[in-house]
Design a protein around this ligand. Structure first.
Ligand code: PYC
Length: 310
């Protein structure tokens, strides 16, 4: 019987499962090297942690690893039901709240190492956390894609720590009761982008689709489809970062001005940015709560030891 300690939290509705100590030695030093090592040699562990019966499709996992820099509080590799994420905004908030719960950090500023770069974060005295993400930028404006079943759709391609296609939709479409239709629409957009050869920088796959509808000045409701086909219950930190990069590129939001994104579950992220080179450094503010401290058990003869997926 193998055992693994995890701490679960949710950030504005979206779950994060932090693995406090890996059960094996990892090669590599940086978060990117260790992510590659995990993907190559230990992918069964990801599946066992995230897929049913121990997990479910919306959970994002985070391996806590020793940082390279003495100035970082931790190194983190994020993963989900399909693979590994570059960065994860809601997940970073969940990790910081978890480190605080474990008594490893207190309020104040902290640094996390991720596979796509270091991020800074500030843990405030309540459940609020502000993360300063990696640089975000717009790669392509107004790309129109013809989908198979949903007509054509126009949006921007932007990087916010993951690659996004960011498209406006009518407000009445973005409702919790329409989650299945929205998933189908986003999958159609994602496949159509791939078929049309639309990519991020250096041919990178666009694996996140973000739909938004303005609902008040500087406020949108949004919906984000993640790579494994699950939708983000929070407004998505990397998605909010990608949106801020588009707003900045259009001159539609000034540096320091606050932009609010609200998810279908009512989760709220407030974002602002500072200019950095051709892009922006986004700051995203949200709240995270601890939901469980558990020991997961893996029996040797369990046929679903590594989970199952449809
Ligand atoms: O908050 O960046 C985010 C995120 C990515 C995937 C799920 N959440």
């Amino acid at each position: 019987m193998e055992r693994l300690e995890v701490i679960d939290s949710h950030t504005e509705g979206e779950p994060t499962r932090v693995v406090i100590a890996l059960p094996m030695e990892l090669g590599g030093r940086t978060a990117a090297e260790r992510r590659d090592e995990l993907a190559r040699h230990h992918d069964g562990l990801r599946r066992a942690l995230i897929l049913e019966p121990r997990g479910h499709e919306a959970i994002v996992g985070a391996y806590l690893l020793p940082p390279v820099s003495e100035h970082a509080s931790a190194q983190v590799v994020f993963f989900n039901n399909e693979g590994y994420l570059g960065m994860c905004g809601h997940g970073a908030m969940g990790v910081l709240r978890t480190l605080q719960y474990l008594g490893r950090i207190g309020t104040g500023r902290h640094r996390l190492e991720t596979p796509v770069g270091d991020i800074q974060a500030e843990l405030l005295s309540d459940e609020t956390i502000a993360i300063e993400n990696v640089r975000a930028f717009r790669h392509e404006k107004d790309r129109t894609v013809r989908t198979r079943e949903h007509g054509s759709c126009r949006g921007d391609i932007a990087w916010g720590g993951n690659w996004f296609f960011v498209a406006e939709r009518p407000e009445e479409e973005l409702r919790l009761s329409r989650q299945s239709e929205l998933v189908a629409l986003c999958l159609d957009i994602r496949d159509s982008l791939e078929q049309a050869g639309a990519t991020g920088e250096d041919g990178a796959l666009i694996d996140h689709i973000e739909l938004y509808a303005p609902i008040a000045p500087r406020t949108t409701r949004n919906f984000v489809l993640c790579p494994g086909g699950a939708w983000d219950r929070s407004p998505c930190g990397t998605g909010t970062s990608a949106k801020l990069a588009c707003l900045a590129a259009d001159g539609a939001l000034a540096p320091g001005e606050v932009w609010t994104q609200i998810s279908l579950t009512g989760g709220v992220f407030r974002g602002s940015y500072e200019i950095e080179g051709e892009g922006v450094i986004p700051t995203i503010v949200g709240r995270a709560w601890i939901t469980a401290e558990s020991t997961l058990l893996f029996e040797a003869d369990d046929p679903l030891r590594e989970g199952w997926t449809s």
